[in-house]
Design a protein around this ligand. Structure first.
Ligand code: PLP
Length: 396
């Protein structure tokens, strides 16, 4: 088939829910993806943030193939070697990196199949463990598109056609500690926050905001949930973005990079908070042997190659260069590790198209922010070449 034939076929059947770029991507390796005509792109989108270990990392590919030949799937209604070892490995990293509080370490884990599902799990866990209905989220927040997660998501374009959403959700301005006193009440089950708002434009939280969130949740008996679906797994230069701050969550959510490309999410909460009674929450595919084997390989590669450290180093260099050579079209450069946003004075979509023509695949975050989430394995040379192209296009 010609590449155009795949485009025609997809256009015939696609739901329309996700905008597509005119390229048929068929291969990936490290930080590079290749389309059906053989054109190569530097993947500065990290495949929408899931490709921390890059595309087709040999150790992850090997783990997936080996597990696929042994046992692809068994539900959580029995025990499994891969799930047990994954629980052990992930909770050890969480305990080391996020530590323990009086509620214990983050070693109770509900495995699921996507970020949105992890948010759903957190909403249910917070309501279940507190017996309260309310969820407070932030303006500009993105937490996913299923009805519960969408209720916590801010953007009217995503929400409005689907009203009414789940009741008892409230939104407060991000990074304004003063509003939390009134917003978090005795009826609040959880305060749900991104540590760096991703889709909302790459806005890191301030320490004052997260400290106030922690204190007020403690005072009111609400749970503090950090959605680290985009910021977790080394993206910001630490294993979890909350590692840059003092404030610690009661529940931490993971997705995207967790499974190395195999769909996976996780709701991780403090041990002393409790467990669900059987039947209250579960998923057929969640915690299957295949994603658990893939994720174990991801965790191992990230430790061995120190990818969080690499993200910190490369991210700091990239930020410094972008700030120093800031083109007139750029209003502000923000970021943490390899999560970088360029606030533009122009619309981002024509810029994305121009970048694509020159072999750089980047992301938007709203109408005027160019977002860069390269795989953490990107080489220095690849990252500099991509930045050359970005600066050239933005100077044009
Ligand atoms: C991507 C994302 C989600 C949703 O994850 P899906 O796997 O697309 O459902 C939720 N929260 C944050 C912060 C995200 O970046």
């Amino acid at each position: 088939m010609n590449p155009e034939d795949y485009v025609v076929l997809e256009k015939e059947h696609m739901s329309g829910g996700m905008a597509r770029r005119p390229a048929v991507i068929v291969r990936g390796e490290g930080a590079r993806i290749t389309d059906a005509s053989g054109k190569e792109y530097l993947d500065l989108s990290g495949a929408h943030g899931w490709a921390s270990v890059g595309h087709c990392h040999p150790e992850v590919t090997r783990a997936i193939a080996a597990q696929a030949a042994r046992l692809v799937m068994h539900t959580e209604n029995g025990y499994n070697d891969q799930r047990a070892l994954w629980f052990r490995d992930l909770s050890a990293i969480l305990e080391r990196e996020v530590g323990s509080t009086e509620k214990g370490p983050l070693t109770r884990i509900h495995p699921c199949n996507s970020g949105a599902e992890a948010v759903e799990g957190a909403i249910k866990a917070a309501r279940y463990f507190t017996g309260r209905p309310g969820i407070v989220a932030a303006k500009r927040a993105f937490h996913g598109r299923t009805l519960g997660a969408l209720s916590a998501t801010w953007k009217p374009h995503y929400r409005e056609p689907f009203l009414p959403l789940v009741p008892e959700f409230h939104h407060v301005p991000f990074n304004d500690p003063s509003v939390l006193e009134e917003a978090v009440t005795e009826k609040t089950a959880a305060l749900l926050l991104e540590v760096v708002q991703g889709e909302g434009g790459v806005h890191p939280a301030t320490p004052e905001f997260l400290d106030a969130a922690r204190r007020i949740c403690d005072e009111r008996g609400a749970l503090l949930v950090f959605d680290e679906i985009q910021t977790g797994m080394g993206r910001t230069g630490k294993w979890f973005a909350c590692g840059h701050f003092q404030a610690r969550p009661d529940i931490l959510l993971l997705g995207k990079a967790l499974g190395g490309g195999i769909p996976m999410g996780a709701v991780c909460w403090r041990r002393e908070i409790g467990t669900f009674e059987a039947g209250r929450h579960a998923s057929t595919f969640g915690g299957g042997p295949l994603p658990c084997a893939a994720s174990r390989a991801v965790l191992e590669v990230m430790e061995k190659e120190d990818l969080p450290g690499r993200a910190a180093r490369l991210g700091a260099e990239a930020l410094e260069r972008l700030k120093k050579e800031k083109p007139p079209k750029v209003r502000e450069v923000r970021g943490l590790g390899l999560m970088i946003g360029l606030e533009l004075k122009v619309k981002v979509n024509p810029i994305l198209r121009a970048l694509m023509e020159k072999g750089v695949w980047a992301l938007p975050a709203g109408p005027t922010v160019l977002r860069l989430l390269p795989p953490l394995v990107i080489t220095e040379d690849e990252l500099n070449r991509a930045l050359d192209v970005i600066l050239e296009v933005l100077h044009g």
